[in-house]
Design a protein around this ligand. Structure first.
Ligand SMILES: [Zn+2]
Length: 270
């Protein structure tokens, strides 16, 4: 089955992973800007990172027939350095007309601190001023419920933000309703250790349905599985779900959400 991985960090993966993804049916990916495993020392380092996402990864993916899209921002971890964060934010508009840039993300909270909230709001403002889609990272484990609540309150507090133009990512059993009931799109991350598994995310689908929801691997530099989405497809098949239901989650939904920006120039496989 053709599928789209709406959240994967290919800068931290080897080229062989592109080949594995392509063989598993991946036709497009979207790569949010995130932490690189270390704190960058200057805004110029982010400029290089954005160029890597926009030019190099798009080309590398293209060699395997995978269409590559990306998101730009400063992530919550590095937002603790407010001065650096503001320098990066002021640079982002330079890149907003580049092909394949889908919007601002993944912005969000990590430890739910004041500085993180300040920079989150400034990036929401950036998205609103430029009419960009938003992709949101929600915190891990014990910080997740509170952080997701804070994020949704901040988004709801800005009347310019339409929930159907925002994707709240890394939802789990206790946060999925917060996102869906407030009109947002949401993503479930399939991780080998934390976050969701194919079985848990299938349970969530069976309980909450297939509207405004998608699954991703969030494959990155840590323990993660870039081919997690095909494992979800397999799990859903084993449970007897029909192909069109599965396809809606792994292909139609990301397409519908991304198509809200005209820089999503996706061509389906003929
Ligand atoms: Zn991520």
């Amino acid at each position: 089955m053709d599928y789209i991985d709406p959240h994967i960090h290919m800068v931290s993966r080897i080229t062989d992973d592109y080949e594995r993804l392509a063989r598993a049916g991946c036709v497009a990916i979207s790569e949010p800007a995130f932490w690189a495993g270390f704190d960058r020392g200057s805004a110029e380092a982010f400029r290089d990172y954005f160029r890597q996402l926009i030019d190099f990864e798009r080309r590398r993916a293209g060699q395997y027939g995978i269409q590559h899209y990306c998101w730009l921002c400063i992530n919550a971890k590095e937002a603790e350095n407010v001065e650096l964060a503001r320098e990066v934010i002021s640079m982002i508009p330079e890149f907003l007309n580049e092909p394949g840039v889908l919007g601002i993300g993944e912005i969000g909270l990590n430890k739910n601190t004041m500085n993180e909230s300040t920079i989150f709001l400034e990036q929401v403002d950036l998205a609103a001023r430029h009419d960009e889609l938003i992709l949101v990272h929600t915190p891990h484990l014990e910080d997740k419920y509170k952080g997701t609540r804070m994020i949704i309150d901040m988004l709801k507090g800005d009347s310019r933000i339409r929930p159907d133009r925002v994707l709240i990512d890394h939802v789990e059993e206790h946060t999925v309703e917060l996102a869906l009931d407030n009109g947002f799109w949401c993503g479930m991350t399939l991780y080998p250790v934390t976050k969701c598994t194919p079985a848990r995310s299938s349970d969530i689908i069976e309980k909450h349905g297939t509207e405004r929801i998608m699954v991703n691997s969030a494959g990155d530099w840590g323990p993660s599985d870039p081919t997690a989405v095909p494992k979800f497809i397999h799990e859903m098949r084993m449970r007897g779900h029909d192909e069109s239901t599965i396809r809606k989650i792994v292909y139609d939904n990301p397409r519908t959400f991304f198509a809200q920006t005209n820089r999503f120039d996706f061509t389906p496989r003929s």
